[in-house]
Structures are given as C-alpha cells and as structure tokens.
Design a protein around this ligand. Structure first.
Ligand code: HEM
Length: 417
C-alpha cells in the first residue's frame, strides 16, 4: 500500500513550491493535459492502478480515482468521502490560497453541492422542486425557439461551425429564459461559465462577473416576482437566505450550461462522423437518446469531477488515503475501466450505469432537463438543415482539455441552402 508521494512521512505535506511537479508527479493541467488527457489517464492506470497521485492547478496534490468500482465507492459513501471541503487539509493548513482558481471548483459555498447530510437534503430539495417546475412548464418550447433563432443567423450561408454558432451558446439562452434573465446576458454568462471551469488567472474575475449579473437578477426578482426558477428558489419553504439563493443560481447556471453545451457538441460530432447514425436519425429509425447514452459512456461532459474529502485515514485502490486528502473522480477513465469493460468495442446500448451524472446523494438532478435540451436541439437542426454534413475529415476535429473537461474546438459543417 502506498501513500501520496506528497503525503509520505518524510515529505512536507502537499508543499506546492518545493515540488512544483518535480517528484515525477503528473499534472492534470498544463500543455500535456490540454492535448492528451486520455493518454494521461491510461498511463496513470498502468503505473498506479485504480487510484493515482496527481497535481491540480497550482501543483496542489490530489488523488485521481480511475477505477469504476472505486469511483462508485467514493460517490456512494459520503460518510467516508465528504463533499464538504472545509475538512480539506491542504486548505485548512494554508497551502491553498483562497484566490486560487481551483477554489472555484473545489472551495466551499453555501450551496447543495458543497454539503452533506441534512443540510444537503434541505438545499437539494429546493433545487429539485424548482427544476421539476421548470421541466413541467415546457422546456422544449424554449429550446425550439432559441434553436431556430440560432439557425436563422447562419441558415443562408450554407456552412457553419456548430460549436461556436450553436452548441456553445444554446443551453445558456434557454437558461436565461428559465431564470428570468434578459436574453442579451446569455453570451457574457456563457463565456464566463466556460472560463470558471477552464481555470487560469481569469477564473476569479469571470466568477465575479457571473455573481454580479445574478445579484442584480435576485434584486429585481425580489421586487417583481415571476414564474421563474429564481423566484421559485426565493419563495421555497426551505427558506433559503440571500447567499444561498445566489449560490444556487450560480451552481445551476454553471452546472447546467457547461455540461449540456459540451454534451451537445459531442453528440453532434458522433452523429456527423457516422453516416449510418445520421441517416438513422433523419429517417426516424434511430432514437437520439441512444446516441446521447453512447456519448455519456465515451466522452462524459465532465471528465474529472471535483472533489471529495476523506473523513478518516482509509485504504482505496491499494493506496493509503489520509484524513482530509482531496480526491477527484475520473468519470471518463472509470467509464472505460478494463475491470468492468474488458472490450470497449462491445455496445453499451441500454446500459445507463455510466458515471457521467455521478451517483450517490449528489447525482445530477438536472439530467432530464439536459437531455431534453439536447434531444430538441438535434431534432430542430436536422429538420432545418437538409443535406447537413461535416465540412472537414473527422480526424481533423480537435479538442482542448482543462483539468475537468475536454471540449471540442470546432465542428465545421455544410448544408443545402
Ligand atoms: C446533461 C448534462 C449534464 C451532466 C453530464 C451533468 C453532470 C453532473 C454531475 C456529474 C453532477 C454531480 C456533482 C457531484 O457529484 O459532486 C451534477 C450535479 C448537479 N447538476 Fe448536473 N449535469 C448535467 C446537466 C444539468 C442541468 C441541465 C442542470 C440544471 C438545470 C444540472 C444541475 C445540477 C445540480 C444543481 C447539481 C448538484 C446536485 C447536488 O449536489 O446535489 N445539471 N451534474
């Protein structure tokens, strides 16, 4: 059984300056992680097994969980692996700066994703009730409206980049309607949400920008309540205070937009690089939900999920995990773990046990909404653009990754006008 190399008895625990990626530890950020995250996961699995020591932005130490069963053990056992980062040892002992971009993803906030037990149930209940209300008010109508509007902007050109001109922006437009925001705020919010997840020096500024827009929204809705998600949160019987309302607006906005836009781009990529799938969808013989399911296994929108914190010293995947250690969950790696999928070529059709929506108490409560957005968006696109096809060879499509996600860069297409 091995300790984290930065947590061993003779090493200063998690000292970022002294080690700086030296020690042979793998960084989950930087040039290699941006271009070859899958290569990194495969190498780490080979070298360390189902759990590997890694460095996150700022060379902060963490464990990357690569095994499917180990991911499920962590996610399904909040008593051993808490979501509440206030027990994170490197942060408590002052080795992680409060202004670090990492804190945008891992740091504590008064929202449901940062809590466990009863406080989590109370806050998640408020979010869930309001997401159900959103779903029952006809989310597909909003998607159809904005999808058509987006397509109108490029339909005459006969060509488009479906990442920049469709997938990157559509879910946020739908969210502006759901939240009660002006449509014009959508682009700024989409850009800022992407930057928060990407990390880097600008992440904090972009988070502030999001909080300012949402703060103004909350103030307006206090004076003029409506039938929207924001008003619903404020009036919920769980009695959220102002900070809790704001933090949940932020959480839902970022969680819903970045994942759904990434997933939409990947679904379109899969459809357009395989003419059998494309013609199956156009003729109605193939259901889009089957394609979405396939992508959930192969390229889940969140490749690595932040984060869980060990509540005691324990063993996981042959490694000694110490109380207060940070663990991040390799959802992409877990989905292709040879222990559960010795042959990744075998179809996963009808099997929904992928890790893309996480599992346990924090499993995504917005998955039906995300899937409804994607299904409607693909449907509208295929009906509006006859003869839709990829404008480049499939192998020319590239993606760029941060620690948490790998996003398709461009999806150039052509169609009949
Ligand atoms: C379709 C693409 C989506 C994917 C792949 C996805 C993925 C995830 C994952 C992996 C988590 C778990 C976080 C954890 O365990 O720490 C999560 C949580 C969450 N998601 Fe999603 N999500 C998607 C869409 C959405 C949408 C559309 C919404 C809202 C409209 C949403 C709202 C949330 C919220 C509020 C949480 C926190 C739940 C909690 O902590 O109890 N997600 N999502």
């Amino acid at each position: 059984m091995t300790d984290h190399p930065l947590n061993g008895p003779d090493s200063p625990r998690g000292c970022p300056v002294a080690h700086g990626g030296g020690d042979g530890l793998t960084r989950l950020y930087g040039p290699e992680a941006a271009t070859d995250p899958y290569g990194i996961y495969a190498r780490l699995r080979k070298e360390h097994g189902p759990v590997a020591p890694v460095l996150l932005e700022g060379d902060v130490p963490a464990w990357l969980v690569l095994g499917y069963r180990e991911c499920r053990r962590v996610l399904d056992n909040p008593r051993q692996f808490a979501r509440d980062s206030r027990i994170w040892r490197d942060w408590k002992e002052g080795r992680v700066d409060g202004a670090s971009p990492l804190m945008q993803m891992v740091g504590w906030r008064p929202d449901c994703v940062s809590q466990d037990g009863e406080p989590h149930r109370r806050l998640r209940g408020a979010v869930n009730d309001n997401l159900q209300a959103v779903a029952s008010r006809g989310i597909r109508r909003h998607v159809t409206h904005f999808a058509n509007k987006q397509i109108d902007a490029f339909a005459e050109a006969g060509s488009a980049d479906l990442v920049a001109e469709y997938a990157e922006y559509l879910p946020m437009l739908v969210l502006t309607r759901v939240f009660g925001l002006a449509e014009g705020e959508g682009r700024r919010l989409a850009e800022s949400s992407a930057q928060v997840i990407k990390g880097g020096a600008e992440a904090l500024t972009h988070n502030d920008r999001i909080m300012q827009i949402l703060g103004e929204l909350a103030e307006r809705k206090r004076m003029e309540p409506g039938s929207d998600f924001t008003t619903g949160l404020m009036e919920h019987h769980a009695d959220l205070d102002d900070d809790e309302v704001l933090s949940h607006l932020r959480l839902v906005l970022i969680a819903a937009h970045t994942t759904t836009s990434n997933l939409l781009a990947r679904v379109l990529q899969l459809v357009l690089t395989d003419t059998t799938r494309l013609s199956g969808l156009v003729s109605g013989q193939l259901n889009i939900s089957a394609v979405v399911e396939e992508v959930m296994w192969s390229t889940p929108p969140l490749s690595v999920l932040p984060g869980r914190f060990a509540t005691a010293d324990l063993e996981l995947g042959g490694h000694r995990i110490h109380e207060g250690d940070l663990l991040v969950l390799g959802l992409t790696a877990g989905n292709v773990d040879p222990e559960i999928r010795p042959d990744v070529g075998i179809s996963v059709h009808g099997n929904q046990s992928h890790l893309a929506f996480s599992s346990g108490p924090h499993e995504c409560p917005g998955q039906n909404i995300g899937q409804a957005i994607i299904e409607t968006a693909v449907d509208v696109l295929l009906h509006r653009l006859p003869g839709l096809r990829l404008a480049v060879a499939p192998e020319q499509l590239t993606s760029t990754a941060s620690s948490w996600e790998a996003r398709l860069d461009r999806l150039p297409v052509e169609f009949a006008v």
